[in-house]
Design a protein around this ligand. Structure first.
Ligand SMILES: Cc1cc2nc3c(=O)[nH]c(=O)nc-3n(C[C@H](O)[C@H](O)[C@H](O)COP(=O)(O)O)c2cc1C
Length: 321
């Protein structure tokens, strides 16, 4: 990837923003330049209404993109200050300011979700402190789970949520639309979840579309989650101060900082959002974390693992309006 120029234009900055994590890689964002800021807007045509009926993940994804934009702006002497507007837009200030290039900025192109088993190593205390500091941003709490008993309790919730999702034909149909089954399909769409980046075999598109439900094996997937969680060093749950679009946006920003810090420290990570996505499972997660009726936003495991094929992004021209 081209490095960010010393005097970046809109397209350069937006390219960095679009490398952010986002639900199903639907890239539900658009970017608009104004005199003094770049606005991150939702693209409602790219909603995922079954897994995300209230747009929680959509606004978290906008927060992830806004955080990358902030880091890129600061690295090039622009303010990067973010304001969440009442219409649900993130306005990122692009006025000149002190330059603050950070190692988080440098990690933007390398960050990725690695949905595979890790090597079981634990994370040294110094690294854990940096991860905790990155997660605790914008009023968001990062609740870390690292002991075996609690990790097993988290695994039980992931399996419960995953089983319910796999038993729901609407969930499976929506997921099928966002899976890219082979390199040609991934390269043509430049969005969606590429099978190979999840460690799955690639297959012809027509086979994937027609036999997806049949290929999806709930028990095998649940076993994979058990291996993946048991080989991880820990799990972090992000809990925003407010349960509204701004809180969800901030949860996304805090996740993005955590993920970039993890990347800097040589760690991999992947989401385990089933317990926050399935309303019937959420109360058990709230009670496990002792957070009362506060809404847990995002669940992420982390540890040491391999580099995977990258998920692609659409061109910046497709997202600038
Ligand atoms: C709000 C949000 C929710 C997500 N939920 C899940 C999830 O439940 N399971 C999963 O495997 N990945 C999840 N992801 C990760 C995305 O699928 C991933 O970011 C996207 O495919 C792009 O890949 P990359 O992060 O490797 O660049 C989520 C990401 C965000 C921001």
């Amino acid at each position: 990837m081209q490095p960010l120029p010393a005097d970046p234009g809109l397209r350069d900055l937006v390219r960095y923003a679009t490398l952010a994590a986002n639900g199903h890689n639907s890239q539900p964002w658009r970017f608009r330049a104004h005199q003094e800021d770049i606005v991150v807007l939702p693209d409602h045509a790219r909603r995922t209404p079954i897994v995300d009926p209230d747009d929680h993940h959509l606004y978290a994804s906008l927060g992830c993109a806004a955080e990358n934009l902030t880091l890129a702006a600061r690295a090039r002497g622009l303010s990067g200050e973010v304001r969440f507007t009442p219409e649900g837009h993130g306005r990122v200030d692009m006025r000149p300011s002190a330059r603050g290039e950070t190692d988080l900025f440098a990690a933007i192109p390398a960050r990725q979700c690695s949905r595979v088993a890790y090597d079981g190593r634990s994370v040294p205390a110094g690294v854990m402190r940096r991860l905790a500091a990155a997660a605790a941003s914008y009023g968001v709490e990062g609740l870390f789970v690292t002991d075996d008993k609690q990790m097993e309790a988290m695994l039980a919730l992931v399996i419960d949520g995953n089983s319910r999702q796999f038993d729901d034909p609407a969930f499976v149909a929506e997921l099928r639309n966002w899976v890219r089954f082979n390199p040609d399909e991934a390269a043509a769409a430049r969005d969606g979840v590429y099978a190979a980046s999840s460690g799955n075999p690639t297959i012809p598109t027509w086979v994937g579309r027609r036999f997806f439900d049949w290929l999806l094996d709930k028990d095998a997937e649940n076993e994979k989650y058990a291996t993946q969680i048991r080989s991880s060093a820990g799990i972090v749950v992000f809990v925003a101060a407010r349960n509204d679009r701004e809180g969800w946006f901030n949860a996304g920003r805090a996740y993005q900082r955590f993920a970039l810090q993890a990347t800097v420290d040589g760690l991999k990570h992947a989401f385990l959002n089933q317990p926050v996505e399935v309303p019937a499972v959420r109360p058990a997660l709230q009670s496990l974390l002792g957070i009362g009726d506060r809404r847990p936003n995002l669940v992420v495991r982390f540890g040491y693992g391999p580099v995977m094929p990258k998920s692609l992004r659409r061109s910046v021209d497709a997202v600038i309006v």
